[in-house]
Design a protein around this ligand. Structure first.
Ligand SMILES: [Zn+2]
Length: 138
């Protein structure tokens, strides 16, 4: 399975900080309530920190109080990839960037958050870079 952005492990290590590498390339999870975007309400687009692909919009971000940035839908369905994750003794759905294959987080369904999709894309802040709308217009 090929990705548009296809780098070797060494190239990723060079490009990313150790913390970014651990989450994006080794499917790690940042500690809850520590990420820089957990409570961010800035209008803008969230890009993949590894390849800059546009993944999420602030419009679909909501307050889940779970400790990680949460979205009820991706910017477009083809921006993300879903992979069954059976680690930690449970079945979860891992969310990856469809452009470079980097780990973003997990998606959960039917939790009753009252969002339009009843889904929660639970995404690591460190997997994303927020581009505020003001900057994008310049
Ligand atoms: Zn990416």
């Amino acid at each position: 399975m090929g990705y548009q952005v296809d780098k070797t492990d060494d190239e990723w290590r060079e490009q990313l900080s150790p913390e970014e590498y651990q989450v994006l390339r080794q499917a790690g999870t940042e500690r809850p309530f520590t990420g820089e975007y957990t409570d961010t309400k800035t209008t803008g687009v969230y890009r993949c920190r590894a390849c800059q692909a546009e993944l999420f919009r602030s419009e679909e971000k909501f307050e889940s109080h779970c400790g990680w940035p949460s979205f009820y839908a991706p910017l477009a369905e083809d921006r993300v990839q879903y992979i069954e994750d059976n680690s930690l003794g449970m079945t979860r759905v891992e969310v990856r960037c469809a452009n470079c294959g980097s780990h973003l987080g997990h998606v959960f369904e039917g939790e009753g958050y009252g969002t339009p999709t009843d889904q929660r894309y639970c995404i690591n802040s460190i997997s994303l870079t927020l581009e505020p709308a003001d900057e994008a217009r310049q």
